[in-house]
Design a protein around this ligand. Structure first.
Ligand code: ATP
Ligand code: MG
Length: 286
């Protein structure tokens, strides 16, 4: 009954800040000393292993860690025996093929026989094989985007988010071969006690994610517009309605989704709502 969930997290890099922020928003506290490779949670049966992201899938597959947060690109590249427990929605990026800006792109078949530099040989090979293209894959571990300018390769396959790194290196993106986001991975056969801890953590993660996607909204509505406004507010069940001192008006409270936020606000104003307040939600339990 003294199970501890061992969670592998990137020590420092593009995943770290959002990973730690999510863990803390789940109410799990830990002391993180500089240079430390392990950290104990103070209020949850968990321990953090702070690692290079490349090592996370292997550690989880081998059972050194029980779960881990890693980019789906790294999970796919390593090909370890792990499974996705939950998608986390941050660190979104894509793995793309790029060629020098001034070269004409003749489609994926045009890559036949070319040298392509990448840190993702497995995903690239899979993509090329699917498209029946044979190319020479050069595996390099970093600074892939300079490979064409130093004559190491004719094309590259690398991670892109805005495309500005490609642009500054005189390259253009021509094919997206993989889309990635941070994922929570788990070892396939977690014992029951650890699974219970994982489920407890997942419940918290989902309520944090739901809260981020939604906003609490308060507004004043003329009494004769209640039905019309109510139809515009989905709410968790239905909106709360409170009397105001002015008997012709009520205050209505509800929750709206970020995706259709501005459309709903405009429709509410159109229907006669006034004094609209929108407030962030910290946790949302459905
Ligand atoms: P480590 O030192 O741990 O090996 P790294 O240098 O290999 O780190 P990072 O650059 O920190 O890796 O990127 C980690 C992950 O963040 C990537 O595998 C990818 O999933 C995601 N990522 C990479 N580039 C971007 C980007 N430009 N925008 C958003 N997410 C990204
Ligand atoms: Mg790495």
């Amino acid at each position: 009954m003294n199970d501890i969930l061992r969670i592998a997290v990137q020590k420092s890099g593009r995943l770290s800040e959002d990973s730690f922020a999510l863990i803390r928003e789940c109410g799990v506290d830990f002391q993180n000393g500089i240079g430390q490779l392990k950290a104990q949670a103070t209020n949850f049966a968990a321990e953090f292993l702070l690692l290079r992201d490349d090592d996370i899938p292997g550690y989880v597959a081998d059972g050194v860690a029980d779960i881990g947060i890693v980019g789906e690109n790294v999970m796919a590249e390593k090909g370890k025996n792990v499974e996705i427990a939950h998608r986390l929605g941050f660190s979104k990026c894509r793995l793309s093929i790029a060629i020098p800006k001034n070269e004409e792109y003749r489609g994926v078949k045009g890559l036949e026989g070319k040298n392509i530099a990448t840190s993702y040989p497995r995903i690239l090979q899979h993509y090329l094989a699917e498209n029946k293209v044979t190319a020479d894959i050069h595996e390099i571990s970093g600074s892939v985007e300079i490979a064409p300018s130093i004559g190491l390769a004719e094309a590259i396959c690398d991670l892109v988010s805005s495309g500005s790194t490609l642009f500054t290196n005189g390259l253009k993106e021509v094919e997206t071969i993989f889309r990635s986001e941070a994922v929570l991975i788990k070892q396939k056969n977690l014992p029951e006690g650890k699974l219970a801890l994982l489920n407890k953590l997942l419940f918290r993660i989902k309520s944090v994610q739901n809260a981020r996607k939604n906003k609490y909204i308060l507004l004043n509505a003329p009494k004769d517009k209640i039905e019309e406004i109510r139809n515009l507010l989905p709410g968790m069940r239905s909106p709360s309605i409170m009397e105001l001192a002015d008997k012709n008006w009520v205050s209505m409270h509800s929750v709206i989704n970020e995706n259709d936020f501005w459309d709903v606000i405009e429709a509410l104003r159109g229907a006669g709502a006034e004094g609209i307040l929108v407030i962030p939600i910290e946790k949302m339990i459905l």
